[in-house]
Design a protein around this ligand. Sequence first.
Ligand SMILES: Nc1ncnc2c1ncn2[C@@H]1O[C@H](COP(=O)(O)OP(=O)(O)OP(=O)(O)O)[C@@H](O)[C@H]1O
Ligand SMILES: [Mg+2]
Length: 363
Amino acid sequence: MLMKATVSGSDVKTGGIALHNLQKRYGNAIAVDDVSLSISPGEFISLLGPSGSGKTTSLMMIAGFETPDSGQILLDGKDITRLPPHRRELGVIFQNYALFPHMTVAENVAYPLRMRRMAKVEVEKRVGHILDQVHLGALASRYPHQMSGGQQQRVAIARALVFDPPVLLLDEPLGALDKKLREHLRNEIKTLHKEVGKTMIYVTHDQDEALSMSDRVAVMHEGRIRQVSAPKDIYRRPADLFVAGFVGEVNLVPVKLKSGTVHGPASENLPAPEWQEADRDATLCVRPEHLHLKTSPPGSSGGLQGRISGMTFVGDATIFQFRSETGLELLSKVLNVLPETMPGVGDPCVASWAANDATILTE
Ligand SMILES: Nc1ncnc2c1ncn2[C@@H]1O[C@H](COP(=O)(O)OP(=O)(O)OP(=O)(O)O)[C@@H](O)[C@H]1O
Ligand SMILES: [Mg+2]
């Protein structure tokens, strides 16, 4: 009896990706500089960073459309660094995704399968299934120009998923859409991720998108990964000043670390996490929603002395501008939920925060 060859463990594609010291130059400019990252099977990870930080270049090296100058890319432990794109079998949605305008939705989605010479019956079955998954079953015979931007986007996602790749690479897939639609599709992609269980590597420069969708976020700047953490930790425990400033609003207070305590610009004691290392200058970071302003008689201690210098109503919250006696400008964000009396412009205040809500950075 003929035994069907069993697939050995190393051939099973579960979608684990490892990047080792990836480097890519264009002329003298380094686009990607020593990027290492380990992505678990089924993980949703975002590459977040400003324009030109190397996100697309990193993704294109994973996809095989760019070749690294040095470094290694592993898919489920197998070196794919020099494998052509079609042999990597990864689903890709490009930054400027393009559907074929002369093909219907179903034909667009079937395209990757036809390229793989799959039997017609099987093609129809798979296309029907994936279109249902992205809720486009009813629009299969439309052409791209007869659809909204969000619907076209879902066709692009279906086309990238139809051949059942272990990994889906998405480059700013919602970039061209308006805010409402972006938020809607954000949730749809997240739901789809849960349903299909694929590894997803999602490139974006939109911090809300990265924080709300990802298991982990890798923040990139000038070709390097500055921090890889769960969204909560990226926000609450930024690893450096770039991450602190790029993700959300942040107040920065220049401080001196001395004998385990943190001294502000007027040598006042400031609340901060415990500090054990050597004495030095540093920056204390605290988010506006963690910075509390208390009207107080002059001379009271426990924070920065100063005055309210302005306030802005932003709907759900009020943003207070605070100017310390030493000239620091800080922001305090207060949700407009309580009918409490708010301080007014010109009022003397103490700006303070809980020790655990501050981060000390020493770069
Ligand atoms: N083909 C190329 N030739 C020369 N330079 C390039 C090329 N592709 C990218 N670069 C440069 O490499 C750097 C990283 O580009 P990349 O496209 O990876 O950035 P990105 O983070 O995706 O930015 P964006 O958010 O604008 O899409 C940039 O400085 C860019 O100008
Ligand atoms: Mg890009």
